[in-house]
Design a protein. Structure first.
Length: 449
């Protein structure tokens, strides 16, 4: 077992991951319509219509905390969320558990090809930056969302939703998870998407010791929550003067992917101010400059277009040199167009050749470094680029805004991990790991310790 020691200000220094129990703050089922009705997806995948549906499902839905309605200023919105959190605790809608615990969290989702079961451990993880090599990011972050999450957490003094991290252990922590799942759960609920959620508390000292010993040999990959991890880091720095600071830890869900592999999906772009017609014109101009782009008109059949995009990914996996290394599906007013390319010269001019080849050939790298910057001249800010997880929603938004949807193929998890271990971060919003934990089943109030 690795040595754990305490340095200045009581901060933990260890050779691996340090996951601590905490007193969870949970909804009292007698005070809400149902536990499923007060949960929410993570803040960054809630669209405006979904936000309204969540608010209407129960007056205490957690979305009112993670996405407070706009006030005259952002700070006023954060104060409103903090006030709601305090009111719900005072009224007993949210109650603290009697003792610190790690929480085993299970999701069971029915799919066409069978049930998908995921289990992991929710706890307070010691926060460290990428230089420590314990928690590996794989994507860049945008300053504005980080600042927004910092403002919210600083004001509420709470971790409102767990980040999703993956690791590969020796089986001891996984055995604790399995044993816990054989007991009656603390809570069980089903959300509107049909997913069953269950939660157990782990408080036995022997079980906690097994988890600690296993994780002390591991490092984690951030699967979902890069902006919130950046928030943890910034707030840790702000409170560095405090001894034994609760800001030195952040709530996460750790999943051992040797036991429960995650799904990896793409995150698509909507270019709000670039009509599809203009995007195609600029591509033709770039093609005349021998950038190696190829555009195929696929008509207006959505299903056929998605199959064509997936086929390009399979063809790339065969190792055949087709000269079309990257593939994107463009959509909007005017149907669907398959875009493949670029040429080697264009890639070398835009992406440094001393970077790993897997990084240089990522669809997201090519999209941002070549297409957005050099071909389409689209600024990388929220007014010009939207990020959506669902293909249909991305196409609908592009049509609604008169812009262009850029649909991507997913990246394999092995590629993500290999790049992260080399210290290479992918372009932001390159991947969507799942299933994502529901928000609202357990919260961490920093005042509870």
């Amino acid at each position: 077992m690795s040595e754990t020691r305490y340095g200045d200000a009581g901060r933990v220094a260890a050779c691996g991951l340090s996951l601590a129990p905490f007193r969870g703050l949970r909804y009292d089922p007698e005070r809400v319509s149902s536990l499923g009705a007060v949960t929410s997806p993570p803040y960054d995948v809630v669209d405006p219509d979904g936000r309204t549906r969540l608010e209407d499902s129960d007056p205490h839905n957690v979305v009112r905390l993670i996405l407070p309605r706009p006030e005259p200023t952002a700070e006023a919105g954060y104060r409103h969320a903090a006030s709601l959190l305090e009111d719900w605790q005072r009224l007993g809608v949210l109650r603290p558990d009697p003792a610190p615990a790690l929480y085993v969290y299970e999701q069971l989702t029915s799919q066409a090809d069978g049930n998908l079961l995921q289990r992991g451990l929710i706890g307070a993880l010691a926060v460290s930056d990428a230089r420590a090599g314990m928690v590996l990011p794989h994507e860049d972050v945008m300053p504005r969302p980080v600042a927004d999450r910092v403002g919210l957490m600083r004001t509420t003094k709470a971790n409102l939703e767990p980040l999703l991290l993956t690791y590969r252990g020796d089986g001891r922590a996984a055995a604790v998870v399995t044993r816990a799942a054989e007991r009656p759960p603390l809570l069980e609920t089903t959300t509107s998407d049909g997913t069953r959620h269950r939660l157990w508390a782990v408080t036995d000292p022997a079980d906690l010791a097994d988890v600690s010993a296993d994780l002390a040999t591991c490092r984690a990959l951030i699967a979902d929550g890069h902006h919130r991890w950046a928030m943890y880091l910034r707030l840790q720095r702000e409170h560095r003067h405090l001894a034994h600071s609760p800001w030195d830890r952040g709530m996460v869900l750790l999943v051992d992917t040797a036991e429960y592999p995650l799904r990896v999906r793409a995150i698509h772009r909507v270019l709000h101010q670039l009509p599809l017609r203009k995007a195609l014109e600029r591509l033709r101009d770039a093609g005349n400059g021998d950038d190696g782009w190829h555009v195929t008109d696929l008509g207006d059949d959505f299903g056929r277009a998605l199959k064509a995009l997936a086929a390009e990914k399979r063809e790339r996996g065969t190792g055949r040199d087709t000269g079309r290394e990257n593939a994107f599906l463009l959509a909007g007013e005017g149907g669907y167009h398959l875009l493949t390319g670029p040429g080697e010269a264009a890639l070398d001019a835009a992406v440094p050749t001393d970077l790993p080849e897997e990084y240089r050939r990522l669809d997201a790298t090519v999209l941002h470094a070549l297409l957005l910057e050099r071909v389409w001249h689209v600024p990388d800010d929220p007014e010009h680029i939207g990020y959506l997880h669902d293909t249909g929603a991305a196409v609908r938004e592009a049509v609604r805004s008169g812009g262009t949807a850029v649909l991507l193929n997913p990246v394999e998890e092995g590629v993500v991990r290999r790049l992260a271990e080399q210290g290479v971060t992918m372009p932001r919003k390159s991947t969507s790991f799942g299933p994502k934990p529901a928000t609202g089943l357990v919260l961490r109030n920093l005042r509870l310790g």
